[in-house]
Write a protein that binds this ligand. Structure first.
Ligand code: NAD
Length: 438
């Protein structure tokens, strides 16, 4: 099938490349010329395991064309996916201006009376489909256009997105048109996964419900970690004992310094806004957001308790800047927030992240920070080390050797990556999250 993806970011680029790999004829469009130039040269604008190889292969096979040419892109796609960003606006609601602008451009270039399916893959609040339809019609002006709108929210996770697209737990497609739903179903049938066919509003809401629920799980275990800290319990054991119950599940039960990233914070907030607009106070979500915000401060309390609030003349190693492991994405990263707070207290830092160094430099600059080429170097001659992102490689370092290089053997493990007992044996003063039992 001929497919077009509008917005060539984390979602559009990966989705487009994977669909090309499934044998479809794909065009990926972006208004960012630099991004498209890079992709054309086979260089990825984002870090994602296996993406460069995949894109280069499908491009060579002729199934995948990156472009900035809206006319060509819209004329090409029988199905046109909108994958542009929907960041939070100042009020905490989703900023839909990119979505409506893309929809208007689709209308502008949509061929006369030639049926198209316009799909919102971007995460948009319930009810947005009506405004997507109006924006397409606005762009079309007096032209007679024939199209249906579908909501097909995306559930991929950065870091494993190619795998996720090929092994998704479910596909959600919502529309009022059977014709559009049938076309969409045919795209995904080979995946052998559950396909939820529903109405537009439900499809839009499913994405928010899923993200808000996962964020709730994280905030729940983070709050549990506070009880563990005030008793002799260990949050890892508690999570394991809870999570082995199949009704609960192990995933998203890792206590830490809170959730971040380009999705959870904005989606939880946007769902809360939507509920307020509908005159419903979603109190549980208020608690989830509040707990998430507090969690990093509880972590920092350990730092203030040890050193006081003035960290001038101290140097710390920092492992992690990305909002999670296996990505270069630092949007709304709690690691970045913690680094800023430490810097505000006067600390100097040596930072390393396996993929997010460039984004970290853009976010943080050079003030009080040096950027190391390798993670083990952040231990050299420092007063302590902070682990702020759950990259597996941070757990695999030769700790008996690297800790010898520290001026003071102190580790603040904001992601519970290390084994407190092993750290104790190495003479490390170890601060995890909810791990007083050790
Ligand atoms: P992104 O910022 O990486 O990419 C968005 C792209 O859209 C950018 O390259 C931007 O230049 C382009 N763009 C903006 N306006 C445009 C326009 N009018 N026409 C064409 N291109 C335009 O964003 P992302 O992380 O890929 O997220 C996209 C959407 O998918 C968001 O709604 C997000 O919530 C949702 N989502 C993201 C993820 C994720 O893990 N990143 C997962 C599921 C859903």
């Amino acid at each position: 099938m001929k497919l077009t993806f509008i917005g060539t970011g984390y979602v559009g680029l990966v989705s487009g490349a994977v669909c090309a790999d499934w044998g479809h004829d794909v065009v990926c469009l972006d208004i960012d010329e630099k991004k498209i130039d890079k992709v054309k040269k086979g260089v990825m604008p984002i870090y994602e395991e296996g993406l460069e190889e995949l894109v280069n292969r499908v491009m060579k096979e002729g199934n995948f064309k990156p472009t900035t040419d809206y006319k060509m892109a819209v004329e090409h796609g029988e199905v046109i996916f909108i994958c542009v960003g929907t960041p939070s606006n100042q009020a905490g609601a989703a900023d839909l201006s990119y979505v409506f602008s893309a929809a208007e451009s689709i209308g502008k270039y949509m061929p006369v009376n030639d049926y198209r399916v316009v799909v919102t893959k971007s995460t948009v609040p319930v009810g947005t489909h009506d405004r997507v339809r109006s924006s397409v019609l606005k762009g079309a002006g007096n032209k007679k256009v024939d199209f249906d709108v579908v909501s097909n929210p995306e559930f991929l996770r950065e870091g494993t997105s190619i795998f996720d697209m090929n092994n998704t737990d479910r596909i959600v497609i919502g529309s009022s048109s059977k014709r559009a739903l049938d076309i969409m179903q045919s795209l995904f049938e080979h995946l052998n996964t559950e396909i939820v066919r529903t109405d537009l509003a439900s499809a839009e809401l499913i994405k928010y419900a899923a993200n808000a629920f996962l964020a709730t799980k994280i905030s729940f275990i983070n709050e549990m970690s506070q009880i563990c800290e005030r008793t002799s319990a260990d949050v890892k054991s508690v999570a394991q004992g809870m999570g082995l119950d199949t009704r609960i599940g192990m995933k998203f039960l890792n206590a830490g310094i809170g959730y971040g990233g380009s999705c959870f914070p904005k989606d939880v907030e946007a769902l809360y806004r939507t509920s307020s607009e509908k005159m419903f106070d979603f109190r549980l979500l208020r608690g989830v957001m509040d707990a998430n915000d507090r969690q990093k401060h509880y972590f920092l309390e350990k730092v203030w308790a040890k050193y006081g609030r003035n960290l001038t003349n101290m140097t710390f190693g920092v492992l992690g800047a990305a909002f999670k492991n296996d990505t270069d994405d630092t949007r709304k990263s709690v690691a970045i927030e913690v680094i800023k707070i430490l810097r505000g207290a006067g600390a100097n830092m040596k930072l390393f992240d396996p993929a997010a160094m460039e984004n970290a430099k853009n976010d943080l600059g050079e003030d009080s920070l040096t950027y190391e080429n390798n993670g083990e170097d952040v231990f050299n001659d420092v007063d302590g080390v902070f682990i702020l992102t759950e990259w597996q490689e941070f757990a695999n370092y030769e700790y008996p050797t690297v800790v010898k290089k520290m001026k003071s053997k102190v580790i603040f493990d904001g992601r519970n990556l290390l084994d407190p007992d092993q750290m104790k044996k190495l003479g490390i003063e170890y601060f995890g999250v909810g791990r007083n039992g050790h």
